[in-house]
Design a protein around this ligand. Structure first.
Ligand code: GRF
Length: 221
């Protein structure tokens, strides 16, 4: 039987990314087991999603702690108590300090709804839309102690159309988040990720061809 990677998922909100990971595991497409889901927000729907699938769901409210480090030490203790190998940040809205990052060095993945390093931080889709970009997308990366700055594992590009709203763009990006996050975790589970400096290589993986894409399409040239 294939080895399954033990993951802990950190959430703050709806948990649609958590759901996509659960669904891919249950479909047999992702060699992982979710040992625990931790939310820092009591009302996060993600907690209900976890419970529905019989996954331990733990609330750790950051406001109950005096310092960021105290909060993170509690996260670390709970994750370790479940023997978590890979920490998956799926809409977890807290910036991590070096304490947490060092504890799980190169074992924390985050998803961001923009093509990093553009539009780091919150409300990325709205800001990309307001900026007038012709393409946006999403990024899964290893977390470091910056905001959305760690080594990039995989990105998905989506077009922006003239009749888009911030909302339709957000939905198009979210659909891709639900595809690339399980894929990034599967690469990890297969031991394929290799980090050199800040570049992540996927061992034994085919590369895309070099066809450029344009938005709007070219009429000449
Ligand atoms: C996603 O867009 C994610 O990229 C961002 O927060 C959102 C969380 O969505 N960090 P969900 O909780 O997974 O539905």
């Amino acid at each position: 039987m294939k080895k399954k990677v033990a993951i802990g998922v950190l959430v703050s909100g709806s948990g649609s990314n958590l759901q996509s990971i659960i669904d891919q595991i249950e479909a047999g497409n992702l060699d992982a087991v979710i040992y625990v889901v931790i939310s820092n927000v009591a009302s996060a729907f993600a907690l209900e999603r976890a419970q529905k699938h019989n996954i331990p769901a733990v609330l750790i409210d950051h406001r109950d702690f005096e310092t960021r480090e105290d909060f993170e030490q509690k996260l670390i203790d709970v994750l370790n108590s479940y023997s978590v190998e890979l920490v998956v940040m799926a809409g977890f809205m807290r910036v991590l300090t070096p304490l947490f990052i060092k504890t799980f060095h190169h074992r924390i993945m985050n998803i961001h709804p923009a093509l990093l390093p553009s539009f780091q931080g919150i409300h990325a889709q709205e800001r990309a839309f307001a900026y007038g970009v012709k393409f946006s997308g999403c990024t899964v990366h290893f977390a470091d102690d910056g905001v959305d700055t760690g080594p990039i594992i995989i990105q998905s590009v989506v077009p922006v159309f003239d009749d888009d709203t911030a909302d339709t763009l957000q939905q198009r990006i979210l659909r891709e988040e639900h595809r690339i996050f399980p894929q990034a975790i599967q690469f990890y589970a297969e031991g394929k990720l290799e980090i050199v400096d800040r570049k992540v290589r996927i061992r034994d993986h085919t590369s895309i061809d070099d066809t450029p894409i344009h938005n709007p399409p070219l009429t000449r040239y």
